[in-house]
Design a protein around this ligand. Sequence first.
Ligand code: KIV
Ligand code: NA
Length: 277
Amino acid sequence: RSKVTIKSLNRMYKHGEPISMMTAQDYPSGLMVDRSGVDMCLVGDSLAMVTLGYDSTNPLTVDEMLHHCRAVARGCKSSFLVVDLPYGSYESGPEDAVRTSLRFMKEGHCEAVKLEGGKEMAETIRRITSVGIPVVAHIGLTPQRQSALGGFRVQGKTSKQAQLLIEDAMAVQDAGAFMMVLEAMPEEVAQVITKQLSIPTIGIGAGVHCSGQVLVYNDAMGIFDRFVPKFTKQYANLNEIMTNALKEFHLDVKSKQFPAKQHTYPIDPAQLAKFYQ
Ligand code: KIV
Ligand code: NA
């Protein structure tokens, strides 16, 4: 299939064709997302929780993220590849943010970076885009700020909050973001934001009126079931399938059902006779 570029994404947006985005965290998930025809692949920092078992996305380091980003990039050849800047690697100033973004472009082989925040990140987004790195913004529920938000909570539920979200959306667009993720907000609010913007919005828990949709791979595939957000649609139950397969292997070993003849290597009978002598 042909390579998805910012140009083709903009074409989809112009024609009102919804954009699909899925996260990935390693080589096989990157490969499968790519093969399935999904437009964009995000190495989301949610991998801190669903793949690495951290309690939040905050402990994830740049080096850890680079390790995953490179693995995904080896599998993902046609989908447009975006990576999340980890918590603590971009907030202290545009200088830091540019340095981290360059590292991900150069060593992570991604095509754009994503960062959380609204107005307060405008200057940073301006600086990153000024050196030619495409930026995806992320507003609404911003998991890296869960401590300040008081947990993973829906945003924009009051008219005042909703107004602030619109201001954030306009600010990051004006700063040069080419796309933004809208996470966990009433669909009417996401609809108004999407209408007012001239760049695509990608929703997660933000209703059907966004310009596209994103889900976390492990949630959508039913791999991670410790906490499943309301906005997740589970397209498969790999957890159950894989746990059953592992149980079967375990029992096969105990009962010597495995390995069978077809899993073993033959030896020439003449050689065997000599060997036994
Ligand atoms: O980290 C992540 O997976 C994300 C998506 C939910 C947008 O940021
Ligand atoms: Na993220």
